[in-house]
Design a protein around this ligand. Structure first.
Ligand SMILES: NC(=O)c1ccc[n+]([C@@H]2O[C@H](COP(=O)([O-])OP(=O)(O)OC[C@H]3O[C@@H](n4cnc5c(N)ncnc54)[C@H](OP(=O)(O)O)[C@@H]3O)[C@@H](O)[C@H]2O)c1
Length: 296
């Protein structure tokens, strides 16, 4: 287990763990009967995960760490409550992923390539995202007149699309020559069905789906890519949706009812299924799967 170091580097927290390597060398997967996966050596996996501090991303981070897999988490806040023995597997960078200049500055540091160096299996999970701004066109940039910097609509596009595509390009470049490198975008049913009040969210998630489909056609050696709809999950994002007004989001009552009727999937349950799929041989055969329809 590596030595824990808490340091500040150019405004980013870096790193939390100096080695990032865990001690677990074999795992048993939940919900898969594939013998080769059950015996997979997790010490050779490294996973870059955006939005690892809360919600689905936090559950994904915990599920990966519990399997002994090293995680590089990129979020504005840190992940809390990591058990001591897993902390050495987690490296965190404090980064506003809606600030593309900051993302590019971090990539220019070369830290991504050095963290991925030597790993046999690598995975980038573009999970961070926002459903905001919610509402009809014409009211999505409130109070931005005279504001310095991007408004909410442009920031959402940067977080949901620009950064995932920029990170993907950097990740694929940094893993050149590797036989197993994977990119998973966390998509949404909103990529595939229009929702009133969610024009920005639908458009940005549809962009991730098309990015996965087109990238698959590039047939980059060793690269598998999929944009995965995760289901409806009980996270802060769902609370944000319920906090929106019915005027801005006409389907508001349906989402309130889903919470009241216990129809939301627990983040930990969604994460277990997603991780099993991300690490499976089936990953990437369908560029736009819905995890609820995937057998893992
Ligand atoms: N919940 C659902 O029902 C549902 C359904 C379909 C798809 N999804 C997708 O699943 C993914 C995760 O959603 P969630 O429900 O877990 O959302 P969430 O609870 O709101 O968590 C969002 C995560 O993204 C990070 N994030 C947000 N803005 C960021 C920024 N500017 N810079 C860096 N990190 C940022 C947050 O970390 P910090 O605040 O620490 O930065 C947090 O870790 C999203 O892509 C979402 O679209 C969710």
């Amino acid at each position: 287990m590596g030595t824990r170091v808490a340091g500040v580097w150019s405004g980013f927290v870096w790193p939390r763990s100096s080695s990032g390597l865990g001690t677990v060398t074999a795992i048993t997967w939940w919900g898969t009967s594939d013998e080769s996966e059950q015996n997979m050596n997790v010490a050779n996996w490294r996973v870059v995960l955006t939005g690892h501090s809360r919600g689905l991303g936090a559950a994904l981070a915990r599920a990966l760490l519990a399997r002994g897999i090293s995680v590089l988490g990129l979020s504005r806040q840190a992940l809390t409550g990591v058990p001591g023995q897993q902390a050495a597997q987690l490296t965190e960078v404090a980064l506003d992923l809606s600030d593309v200049s900051a993302v590019e500055a971090w990539l220019a540091s070369g830290r991504l390539g050095s963290w991925l160096a030597g790993a046999e299996h690598t995975l980038l999970v573009n999970n961070a995202g926002t459903v905001a701004p919610i509402g009809a066109a014409g009211g999505l940039q409130p109070g931005t007149s005279g504001q310095v910097g991007l408004g909410p609509l442009a920031r959402a596009i940067a977080l949901n699309v620009t950064t995932p595509l920029v990170l993907t390009d950097a990740f694929v470049a940094a893993t050149r020559g590797r036989a197993d490198r994977r990119v998973a975008h966390v998509s949404s049913g909103a990529a595939r069905n229009p929702y009133p009040g969610w024009s920005t969210y639908c458009a940005t998630k549809a962009a991730l789906d098309m990015h996965a489909r087109a990238t698959q056609l590039d047939a980059v050696p060793g690269l598998r890519v999929a944009s995965v709809a995760p289901g409806v999950i009980d996270t802060d994002m769902q609370a944000d949706i319920r906090a929106a007004s019915a005027a801005d989001f006409p389907m508001h009552a349906r989402f309130v009812a889903m919470k009241q009727d216990g129809q939301l999937t627990a983040a930990d349950d969604a994460a277990q299924r997603l991780v099993a799929y991300f690490l499976s041989d089936a990953f990437g055969s369908d560029p736009t799967p819905d995890i609820r329809q995937v057998s893992v």
